[in-house]
Design a binder for this molecule. Structure first.
Ligand SMILES: CC(=O)SCCNC(=O)CCNC(=O)[C@H](O)C(C)(C)COP(=O)(O)OP(=O)(O)OC[C@H]1O[C@@H](n2cnc3c(N)ncnc32)[C@H](O)[C@@H]1OP(=O)(O)O
Ligand SMILES: O=CC(=O)O
Ligand SMILES: [Mg+2]
Length: 563
């Protein structure tokens, strides 16, 4: 990076930090090659320039929620009508990412998975520091090491558990996008001016610092690096990202507009801000994506004080519900009008190894979901697992007939209204739903506390976003005393009912995973946290924020030990 240079840590076993920066995570020489003095100075510069704006944006989120709690409904902002109605377009799509028909996602660590994803045959790999990654210090830092090596083309892995099989990059690999954490999450192992760093600026800053030059020379064909931006609620948050990108480009001495980012529209307030978000990022945009799982979570959170908008069982809230269909259709129209990609989302099914018929049924659900997306106008979509890529490619490529995307397709003219976007989903609420939420929520939390951010549970992918639905749905039903169906008998959701369900489901989980694994894992702790979160008088904003303190392990400077 012009004007900056890498330095070797001055002392063994201690990070060499610039003024005002303190690293409280475990020392590791591999991490020290990421946490160089200059890289940390770059991150600290971002933090110092943008922390005030981030604090303000988080306060505005809370203020908006107070208005929704008082009965207001989310809606389009009359003061930005000129942006929605104006005739403008985002910067042209970089040729390197014109074709994004299938994108695989996965955590930035383990290393083997990163290599598998890049070799998977997908057009893009989104390496995740967010929903799919438990933000332990080790995961985050190993993720940074993996991405640096992936962009350099040197990443490899020897799998001792597989007889020493060596993993390396193929000749052709997926293009890399990186998803930093959301604005709300701190990074407690990096202190800047005495306070925890903003997590996403650490993720973005370290990756950008080490990889921008190699990325632009190799993967991006002159553009990049590329990012996915999660969980935003308002265009003012996109404006901060735009400022971060401009500062990064300036410091690195690269052309303005090199960095591109796809924003996940995965909160209910953001669906009313899509034009505004694209407008803020118009020189840095790589479109929008339907983050359907967080979107459902956000619907519950936004309407937490609205008893007339209770969700049915989680399994019934799919893309066929009117509010979900309306959201994806509006996203497609908005993106195409602004000349950028409209990306689809994640089907939760994953391959089922030991049951061919069940596996085929799961694949058929994925095909159906992808067919709906491509017919609606999406330009590409997500795959959770390499085993799904051939089927998804077939659906998208079959429909697109050789074109890399359908940004040029004519848009339907019927209007999508505010009411369409918030229409309550329909379906039954059951005690079985409460049980499943509990069983899944507790197991996910146990895995997350143990360092795994995405796990297979009952043949579905579970990550932070899907687990959030389980938590907030239980909370919502209890909060409003929802009447649940218990095999034909109506029962009210109460803390007593939940306590019984938790006890029974914990016993079931123990039987399923076995006593030894149950003892070794953090199931009991997860059960306690989950029940507390479901009965809390005020809904916690994020389970990952509430429980984050449990994975923070501070180390005195220079003291090596294990996390
Ligand atoms: C709501 C959202 O934000 S969605 C986006 C965030 N979520 C994700 O990214 C989830 C990504 N997917 C995953 O993490 C995993 O696929 C899981 C946890 C769902 C399932 O994992 P597992 O059961 O361990 O997968 P499985 O045992 O079938 O893996 C088989 C092989 O595929 C590889 N694999 C599985 N998923 C992925 C992936 N997403 N990327 C790359 N490789 C993968 C494994 O590394 C393994 O490779 P190997 O044969 O060389 O050892
Ligand atoms: O990030 C994706 C989602 O569905 O949430
Ligand atoms: Mg999400």
């Amino acid at each position: 990076m012009p004007g900056l240079h890498n330095t070797t840590p001055a002392m063994a076993q201690s990070y060499d930090t610039p003024e005002g920066v303190d690293i409280r995570g475990r020392y590791d020489p591999e991490f020290a090659a990421i946490l160089t003095r200059d890289a940390l100075a770059f991150v600290a510069g971002l933090q110092r320039e943008f922390r005030g704006a981030v604090r303000y944006a988080m306060e505005r989120r809370r203020e908006a929620q107070r208005r929704y709690d008082a009965g207001e409904l989310p809606r389009f902002d009359p003061s930005t009508r000129f942006v929605r109605e104006g005739d403008w377009a985002c910067a042209p799509v970089p040729p390197a990412i014109a074709d994004r028909t299938v994108e695989i996602t996965g955590p930035a660590d383990p290393r083997k998975m990163v290599i598998n994803a890049l070799n998977s045959g997908a057009k893009v790999f989104m390496a995740d520091f967010e929903d799919a990654l438990a933000p332990t210090w080790e995961n985050l830092m190993r993720g940074q090491v993996n991405l640096r090596d992936a962009v350099a083309g040197t990443i490899s892995f020897r799998d001792a558990a597989r007889g020493g099989r060596v993993y390396k990059l193929d000749e052709r690999t997926a293009k890399l996008f990186v998803r930093p954490r959301g604005w709300h999450l701190p990074e407690a192992h990096v202190l800047i001016d005495g306070e925890p760093a903003i997590g996403c600026l650490v993720d973005f800053g370290l990756y950008f610092f080490h990889s921008h030059a190699a990325f632009r020379a190799g993967q991006g064909a002159g553009f990049g690096p590329f990012f996915y931006l999660p969980k935003m609620e308002h265009s003012r948050e996109a404006r901060i990202w735009n400022g971060v990108f401009e500062r990064a480009e300036r410091v690195a001495g690269i052309e303005r507009g090199s960095i591109r980012a796809t924003v996940l529209v995965e909160t209910l307030p953001a669906v009313f801000q899509m034009d505004e978000i694209l407008h803020e990022l118009r020189d840095h945009s790589a479109g929008l994506n339907c983050g359907r799982w967080d979107y459902i979570f956000s619907y519950v959170k936004t309407f937490r004080a609205h008893p007339d908008r209770l969700l049915p069982d989680r399994a019934l809230v799919g893309m066929a519900q009117h509010f979900m269909r309306s959201y994806s259709h509006l996203l497609i129209r908005t993106c195409h009008r602004r000349r950028v990609h409209a990306m689809g989302g994640m089907a939760a099914q994953i391959p089922i190894k030991d049951d061919a018929a069940a596996n085929e049924a799961a694949l058929e659900l994925v095909r159906g979901d992808k067919l709906r997306e491509v017919r609606a106008g999406h330009d590409g979509t997500w795959a959770a697992h390499p085993g799904l890529i051939p089927a998804i490619r077939e659906v998208f490529e079959g429909h697109l007939g050789g074109k890399p995307n359908q940004i040029d397709a004519a848009a339907p003219v019927d209007a999508i209204t505010e009411e369409d976007l918030i229409q309550p989903p329909r379906g039954a609420r059951t005690v079985e739903g409460l049980r499943l939420n509990t069983r899944v929520g507790v197991q996910y939390l146990a895995a997350w506390l143990g360092g795994s951010g995405s796990v297979p549970l009952y043949n579905l992918m579970e990550d932070a976003a899907t687990a959030e639905i389980s938590r907030v749905q239980n909370w919502q039903w209890l909060r409003h005393g929802a009447v649940l169906d218990a095999g034909g008998v109506a029962v009210r959701a109460t803390p007593e009912l939940l306590a019984r369900v938790v006890e029974e489901e914990m016993a079931r989980v123990q039987a399923e995973v076995g006593a030894a694994r149950f003892r070794r894992g953090r199931y009991a702790e997860a059960g306690r946290i989950f029940i507390r979160q479901c009965v809390a008088p005020e809904l916690d904003d994020f389970l990952t924020l509430d429980a984050y303190g449990l994975m923070v392990v501070h180390h005195p400077r220079g003291t090596p030990s294990k996390l």
